[in-house]
Design a protein around this ligand. Structure first.
Ligand code: BGC
Ligand code: BGC
Length: 737
């Protein structure tokens, strides 16, 4: 018997991840109900900090820490204080004190799992590598860069002593008004699934217990990103079929990639708040998807079932509803009400002990897998893995590959060295606009906290073209016209105008807008400068596609920077000067008008009769300083059986005069279906580097599963029929049997 058990252990150890089932069972046997409910409770750091002091520096409050960890057995803490990012050493101090309290002062000695929103790098650690935000990473269409971003983020988060990252956001960005649009990997399920998978691979590696890896948290499960009115945390109406077709597959991909935690949608779908949706949390996520990790609530959202949504008559009913729906941990986050109410509810038989054990075993397993029991304290050796020069290099590369050239009339760009420039606009000289929310502070607007050695667009242009050649007149703030006349005057002596427009930084609900159009003050400035008789180059720094149709025609060049991160200023200057050949491609459809929001994979009905699809720029679009030609599309079979793989290949040639990167995109259309099918769907992509004159053959394969869809019965089906396909301007077809 013993030999067999040992053999089993050896087997699972060999597979990379030790089997912690026995340890979890043993812990559960010895834990009190109070200890279990405490494991399910998460509070924010502020709840255990001293009150704000005159010096601004805040230490942990030993009495509050004792209250949380010892008296209430709290199992998890999150976030940073409102003052923002801490140094690595400060984090080490905080995490050490927290684990000391958990391990030395409690009976159960279970380490705390600390969670942080490291959504584009270790956002809350001073000096961290802040990558382009997700929407910009998606614009690279480069899974290797996304994976590298995950690796560096994991190393820097662990170097800060933290093992759990509330990322990736796997919501699909199909509603550009939504202020969290930029946290997504764009509008397409296929692209977002592929990049989400790469990110998780980078973040978690083979085993999350490795000293430089962290646990991912897929969020926000599910449908949060598609509010009907475009405002944050407002109702969505998404049918079961649409959920399964567009919104669930990224989460399926994330679960399959091994993400051990999931965060719940803060909003509601079809009248059912995410936190009360037993069908989606328990039946679909834990049942169908076989998710074995734990589900954490979003900020205060269990309480809100009572206070906001009023589907629960009392705070206790809210707790009962959420836990019975399948939420395993509550981000309370300021008090112990969840703990008190859940204890009562269990004693009254409103929540079963089995449900508590299930939640707790899920949490303990993640803590064990992370190695927190063996190594609960921050690892001083990991400090050397923080902020390395090669991380900045990788970041710069990601930024450069994200920048998307949308217009380049008569080769206005690149602007040759030695050019005299006027730089204007509200986004020209700020670091916050390059980074967006979740950067050093929640809103990312603490300009003074950003490292001074990372240039703004203006500073980078001065470094590239020489101080003397770059004049700067803002001309407007984000929403107010300023010195337009001075800008016009300054334009007289220059060769080109670089006008930096876009959005001020925001995060979550404070970023709600009523109009997708670019602010009128900025449009006014652009219209005025267009009359200066100099090539007008627009640089857009924005988290969502603010419509700018009235000024597109007047611009000679348009460069979309999204939120390109700390290296974004430099990357933009590199693209403007031609040091870098732009290769970003839109991961969403850029609308022409604020009320013409139609994604690329729309239905035939949306282009039928007088309906038109006429975006400003299509999904997948982006120009280069070279040109590419497609030829020799070949589809290796005309009939595809259910078990076959179809091979598609195409030759791509750099037909221009400088090296460039092309993203080859494969689209298919299912001609007929039992439910209406999109006009086209992305089913493969590959980014290739080509020297001038060079050709490469790019291969894709497709199987029946790739052509499956959600049928009338809301299940995934494969239907026989004819499929069209496109790569570049070439077309093909095949039959699925
Ligand atoms: C956000 C989450 C975030 C959490 C913790 C919530 O308000 O919706 O994305 O992970 O706060 O900061
Ligand atoms: C926190 C965020 C959180 C937000 C929710 C902020 O104070 O820092 O993490 O997402 O509140 O409203």
């Amino acid at each position: 018997m013993k030999a067999i058990a040992l053999f089993g252990l050896a087997l699972s150890l060999a597979a990379g991840q030790p089997d912690h089932a026995a340890r979890v069972r043993q812990l559960l046997r010895t834990m009190t109900l109070e200890e279990k409910v405490g494991q399910m409770t998460q509070v924010t750091l502020e709840a255990v900090l001293q009150s704000p002091s005159a010096t601004g520096v805040r230490e942990l409050d030993p009495a509050r820490l004792e209250d949380a960890l010892v008296k209430h057995h709290v199992g998890s803490i999150l976030n940073v204080g409102p003052e923002g990012a801490l140094t690595v050493d400060q984090w080490h101090g905080i995490l050490t004190q927290i684990q000391d309290a958990a391990l030395k002062r409690t009976r159960a000695r279970i380490p705390v799992i600390y969670g942080i929103d490291a959504i584009h790098g270790a956002t809350y650690t001073r000096g961290a590598t802040l990558f382009p935000q997700a929407i910009a990473m998606a614009a690279t269409w480069n899974p290797a860069l996304v994976k590298r971003g995950g690796e560096i983020t994991a190393a820097e988060v662990r170097a800060s002593g933290i093992a759990w990252n509330f990322n990736p956001v796997l919501d699909i960005g199909r509603q550009p008004l939504w202020p969290r649009f930029w946290e997504t990997l764009g509008e397409d399920t296929w692209l977002a699934s592929a990049l989400g998978r790469s990110y998780i691979e980078g973040l978690q590696g083979q085993a999350i217990g490795a000293p430089d890896k962290v646990a991912a948290c897929l969020k926000h499960y599910v449908g949060y990103s598609y509010p009907l009115n475009g405002k944050d945390r407002t109702p969505a109406w998404i049918t079961e079929r649409a959920l399964r077709e567009w919104f669930l597959p990224t989460f399926e991909a994330g679960v399959a990639a091994g993400a051990p935690t999931v965060m719940v949608n803060s909003g509601e779908i079809d009248g059912i708040p995410g936190h009360a949706n037993k069908h989606l949390l328990t039946e679909v996520l834990k049942g169908e998807m076989k998710f074995k990790g734990f589900v954490v609530s979003d900020w205060e959202d269990i309480k809100r079932l009572h206070t906001r949504d009023r589907v629960a008559r009392t705070p206790k009913e809210a707790v009962v509803m959420a836990v019975n729906a399948g939420v395993d941990m509550s981000m309370v986050p300021f008090d112990f009400s969840f703990y008190d109410l859940l204890l009562q509810a269990v004693k009254e038989g409103l929540v079963s002990r089995a449900r508590i054990d299930d939640a707790v075993q899920r949490i303990l397993k993640v803590k064990l897998d992370l190695g927190l029991f063996e190594k609960p304290y921050p690892d001083p050796a990991m400090k050397a893995r923080f902020g390395r020069p090669e991380y900045a290099e990788a970041n710069l590369r990601a930024s450069r590959e994200a920048i998307t050239l949308l217009k380049n009339e008569r080769a206005a760009l690149p602007l040759p060295k030695g050019s005299k420039l006027l730089v204007a606009g509200p986004t020209a000289n700020l670091r916050s606009v390059l980074n967006g929310g979740w950067s050093l502070t929640w809103q990312g607007d603490a300009e003074e906290l950003y490292p001074k050695d990372k240039p703004t667009v203006l500073e980078a242009l001065k470094a590239t073209y020489g101080e003397a050649n770059v004049a700067y007149v803002p001309g407007a703030t984000f929403d107010q016209v300023l010195d337009v006349n001075a800008a016009m005057e300054a334009a007289k002596g220059v060769d080109a105008i670089v006008l930096c427009l876009g959005e001020k930084t925001y995060c979550e609900t404070p970023g709600n807008i009523d109009d997708l159009s670019l602010d009128p003050a900025q449009v006014h400035l652009a219209m005025a400068l267009a009359k200066a008789g100099k090539p007008l180059i627009l640089v857009l720094l924005e988290g969502r596609p603010r419509t700018l149709n009235p000024i597109v025609g007047s611009a000679a060049g348009i460069v979309l920077g999204y939120l390109p991160g700390l290296e974004g200023g430099r990357a933009i200057a590199d693209v403007l000067s031609g040091a870098v050949n732009p290769s970003g491609r839109l991961p969403f459809t850029y609308p022409r008008f604020p009320n013409a929001i139609t994604p690329y994979d729309h239905k035939p009905l949306e282009v039928f009769d007088v309906n038109t699809f006429n975006p400003q720029w299509p999904f997948g679009f982006g120009l280069s300083y070279t040109t590419f030609a497609y030829s020799d599309l070949s589809v290796d079979r005309s009939i595809l059986g259910r078990k076959d793989r179809l091979s598609v290949s195409v030759k791509v040639t750099n037909s221009g005069r400088r090296e460039g990167m092309e993203t080859v995109q494969l689209y298919v259309q299912d001609e007929y279906g039992q439910v209406s099918r999109p006009v086209r769907m992305l089913k493969g992509f590959q980014k290739v580097v080509l020297a001038p004159g060079e050709s490469k053959v790019v291969h894709f394969t497709l199987g029946a599963r790739d052509l499956s869809f959600i049928g009338r019965a809301n299940t995934r089906i494969v239907e026989p029929g004819t499929y069209k396909l496109w790569v570049g301007d070439l077309k093909g077809a095949f039959e699925l049997k």
